[in-house]
Design a protein around this ligand. Structure first.
Ligand SMILES: [Cu+2]
Length: 638
């Protein structure tokens, strides 16, 4: 993927003292094929009109070459998602992304600094947060953080969420250039993504979506995402072996609409960060593109739901109630279900629950079984006080879907009780990260700012800094394991997602009372050592995670998966391995190798920077005396 001529270009820019270097890219002519993989997909981003609920909706979508593979299992009329991709471990996956978007007729218009100032003039109208009620200063004093102002809504790129493959946010895929720019595919342009899925990749549910800083929230709100299964057949055959033959996708999405025309039923995608909390607009949870769709099963039969939470700025619960009891507390009335895997990694043993909480990016593989015929509902319920948008009381508690259970005796029944089933496609216990492998513990602090003289407003930070594409924030090396303490000082949640590298959750906690916020109990209820790629950092709380960096190196990212937060700054660069070019090392912070690599005046600058950053890191604990996950958990809690 790299060639010599761009390297020469970079050498030239080095000589000229330029800080931005060009690199080899995978941009292609849109006439060229991109089909050299074992599995190949054509993905086209476009603006089109579709039917959604009873509405005619014009938004940004992926389309594919044929209509046949649009939509998702059981809901072919819900054409809001791109094609469902399937790849086997060990295969190469090539995706040609063609950008045909032209949204000139639908907006939204990228906000300007002046827009933020205008909104601040009417805090009671447009700004719902109670601490933004002060009068506003002169707009000429507004400081503009340009990289974190949302924009270029018709440009795009692609993230395969959760896959352990080449880093692919910066150009080209797999780049080790610390100055590499974002892959940015403008209208009329095409890019050929080439991924290699490892032989030992966990089999499960993943997904893909755009991830261009500044336009990712608008594009997901519009409808640009799709499912991606890593499927070697093991899970399917194990489920079949247990007599479980009905599997359905269950995709939760929280589109933001405006301008509902009562006659034509026309709706448009909401303007980004512009009145998005106004109750007159539609802000529902849809499942598979529908309001409260119905799934069918029979008494005794097991229904396997593959749940993706593709929400942009909300978390939601998954609670199963008998119809009519859905307003009751889940601890009393919620029915049992089984989680058999999360974030693409199957559990060995099913975990029985009566509530699950999902935030944007997370997946749950769920088994449902009912004793009695009748109607049951799956419910988003009880995140009051912690939901990002609940300053105006919504999204409301809502029924996500209905399950109609018939008395069909011919329906297949499981061969053994669900509690006794074993699934093998996940990780073996022996693959868990060991305490002695941790080389360093670092803090990652999510915070928000309400500086009324700054655009964007509000501000979103990681470790006190908004995202900068020109800075490397964290560094790690392949083969080493690191501990990150994710700290959330806000009253709402921030779901943390790290690209390419999944992690194990070691500890969670919050200063909030689980009596006041009972849903927190389930947010923080996790199996020690749980593998995830996205974790909810509890409000006023923390999550401690362990990551072991593997084969895939280069410049990548981690961020809050509430994409509106990410677009406005809550993201950091992460460099795995050695940057290609020493001239950029002055930008690298937070690493031990910096001092050795820098000379002259750079040594002084970096030395000061390092000293400041190092002093913020908590000392790693001594884990040498522990062996099991429970020991570890006790240790981190003490
Ligand atoms: Cu966030």
């Amino acid at each position: 993927m790299k060639s010599k001529s761009p390297l020469m270009l970079i050498a030239l820019s080095l000589l000229c003292g330029l800080m931005v270097a060009e690199a080899a890219t995978d941009y292609i002519s849109c006439d060229d094929p991109c089909n050299g993989g074992d599995v190949n997909y054509d993905l086209v981003s476009t603006v089109e009109t579709v039917k959604l609920m009873n509405y005619t909706y014009r938004g940004r979508f992926y389309k594919s070459g044929t209509d046949d593979n649009r939509g998702i299992d059981g809901f072919p009329e819900s054409r809001f998602m791109g094609p469902t991709m399937r790849v086997k471990p060990g295969q190469s996956l090539w995706i040609k992304l063609s950008n045909e978007m032209d949204s000139s007729d639908i907006g939204p218009t990228p906000p300007t600094a002046a827009d933020y100032w205008v909104r601040l003039q009417k805090p009671g109208e447009a700004i719902k947060y109670r601490y933004y009620q002060l009068p506003v200063d002169d707009p000429s004093r507004m400081l503009v953080d340009t990289p974190n102002i949302p924009g270029h809504f018709d440009s795009t790129n692609l993230h395969v969420h959760g896959l352990d493959v080449e880093v692919h946010m910066f150009d080209p895929v797999g780049t080790h250039n610390p100055d590499a720019p974002h892959i940015k595919i403008d209208p009329g342009e095409c890019y050929c993504y080439k991924f290699n899925v490892p032989e030992h990749h966990p089999e499960g549910q993943y997904w893909y979506h755009p991830h261009l800083h500044g336009s990712s929230a608008v594009q997901l709100w519009g409808g640009m995402f799709g499912l991606l299964y890593v499927d070697g057949g093991t899970l399917e055959s194990e489920l079949e072996g247990y007599g479980i033959t009905t599997t359905k996708d269950f995709v939760i999405w929280d589109p933001a609409f405006q301008n509902v025309d009562k006659d034509t039923h026309n709706i448009e995608v909401d303007e980004f960060l512009e009145g998005q909390t106004t109750l007159s607009k539609i802000h529902p949870f849809l499942v598979n593109g529908k309001m409260n769709p119905t799934f069918e099963t029979a008494t005794g039969q097991v229904l396997h739901l593959r749940v993706l939470c593709a929400t942009i700025e909300n978390e939601n619960t998954f609670i199963v109630y008998e119809e009519g009891r859905e307003e009751e507390f889940w601890d009393d009335a919620g029915l049992d279900f089984w989680v058999i895997g999360v974030d693409g990694v199957m559990f060995r043993k099913p975990s029985r629950k009566h509530i699950a909480v999902l935030a944007g990016g997370q997946r749950n593989e769920i088994l449902l079984q009912f004793d009695k015929p009748g109607n049951y509902v799956i419910r988003q319920h009880g995140i009051d006080g912690m939901q990002f948008f609940d300053m105006r009381g919504h999204p409301h508690n809502q029924t996500l879907a209905t399950i109609r259970v018939t008395d069909d005796e011919s329906a297949p029944k499981p061969t053994i009780p669900i509690d006794e089933m074993i699934f093998t496609p996940g990780y073996d216990e022996s693959e868990s990260i060991q305490a002695h492998e941790i080389v360093k513990s670092e803090n990652i602090v999510f915070s928000m700012g309400a500086d009324r003289n700054k655009a964007p407003f509000p501000q979103y930070f990681v470790n006190g800094k908004a995202f900068s594409p020109d800075r490397l924030d964290f560094l790690a090396h392949p083969g080493e394991a690191r501990e990150y303490v994710l700290i959330n000082g806000n009253h709402n949640v921030h779901p943390f997602h790290i690209h390419v590298n999944r992690f194990q959750v070691i500890e969670m906690g919050s200063e909030l009372s689980t009596e006041t916020y009972p849903v927190l109990k389930s947010v923080m209820n996790f199996e020690p050592g749980l593998w995830r790629d996205t974790v909810v950092v509890p409000p006023n709380g923390r999550a401690r995670i362990w990551v072991k960096y593997g084969n895939y190196t280069g410049k990548t990212l981690f961020h809050c998966h509430f994409l509106a937060h990410e677009d406005t700054g809550m993201m950091s660069t992460l460099f795995i391995g050695e940057p290609d070019f020493t001239f950029s090392r002055w930008k690298v912070a937070n690493i031990d190798t910096v001092i050795m690599m820098c000379v002259g005046a750079t040594v002084l600058v970096v030395g000061i920077l390092f000293a400041v950053l190092f002093s913020r890191n908590s000392a790693p604990k001594d884990y040498s005396s522990v062996s099991t996950m429970n020991d570890v958990k006790a240790k981190v809690l003490d």
